[in-house]
Design a protein around this ligand. Structure first.
Ligand SMILES: [Zn+2]
Length: 256
């Protein structure tokens, strides 16, 4: 399917300013747009990390030092009908990350699904069944895994970004099981997150081939990627704030 070309920048609610400048470490990506230099030494950038099937940009807002030794990735949304985590991304954009840490804040890896309110992308693929670990064919339907691992531009963008920045901690928001999933990575860190936000720490039963977080935990040893299943509906401002604070708490801990 042909992509329909670039979409306007208002999607992120952030207008690029006049200055476009690529930080040296980000040159591998598309243009990095310098956005704000906060009162602190930290700045934030918007980096386009890929495009959806329909050509919508997938962007990360990066906060913290330009050459941070430690990266932390937070993903607000993967399944287009589970958007509650985006509220946490919005809060995190305004918060200073822990010292020496850059936060990579991706609103959604599935912008087409988000617009269409569908779990899958524009090809109907469940992006969280399309990662290259334990991938297997699952038929068309809710959990369609695509014709092969990494068949979709959105999952390729996720994997490329993760291989490049090797996040020490990654949090993937989903809905609506209301738990922190015990499924690999640093359990003490995950349990702490669960305690801070008041959700149970439990393994979601069943098997999850092609899962992005499970792929990460295998592909990048000594890093932690985990799923936070938010409750159904939208998050209150208070809950979003509580989750954002928990992210900052675990962002500064775990493996170094
Ligand atoms: Zn989900």
């Amino acid at each position: 399917m042909r992509s329909s070309g670039p979409h306007p920048d208002e999607e992120l609610g952030l207008r690029p300013r006049e200055t476009v400048r690529a930080a040296p470490s980000l040159l591998w990506l598309a243009a990095a747009v310098f956005v704000t230099a906060a009162a602190s030494a930290s700045a934030s950038w918007i980096v386009t990390v890929g495009r959806s099937v329909r050509g919508r940009p997938i962007r990360a807002t990066v906060t913290g030092p330009a050459h941070a030794k430690r990266n932390v990735l937070v993903v607000g949304d993967v399944h287009g009908d589970e958007p509650a985590g985006i509220a946490i991304i919005r809060v995190l954009r305004r918060m200073a990350p822990p010292a020496g840490t850059a936060l990579w804040l991706v609103r959604s890896f599935n912008p087409d699904g988000l617009v269409a309110h569908t779990r899958g992308n524009a090809h109907g693929v469940d992006l969280n069944r399309n990662a290259p670990f334990a991938w297997r064919p699952l038929p068309r339907g809710l959990f369609y895994s695509g014709p092969r691992a990494l068949s979709e531009p959105e999952s390729r963008a996720a994997v490329r970004l993760i291989r490049r920045i090797r996040p020490a901690v990654t949090i993937w928001y989903h809905q609506h099981a209301a738990l922190v999933d015990d499924h690999g990575g640093n359990r003490a860190l995950e349990r702490r997150y669960a305690r801070l936000v008041g959700l149970p720490f439990r393994r979601i039963p069943g098997s999850y081939p092609g899962s992005l977080s499970v792929w990460q935990d295998h592909a990048l040893p000594r890093t932690t990627a985990f799923v936070v299943e938010l409750p159904g509906g939208s998050l209150s401002a208070r809950s979003a704030q509580r989750h954002a604070e928990a992210v900052l708490s675990v962002a500064g801990s775990g493996h170094h």
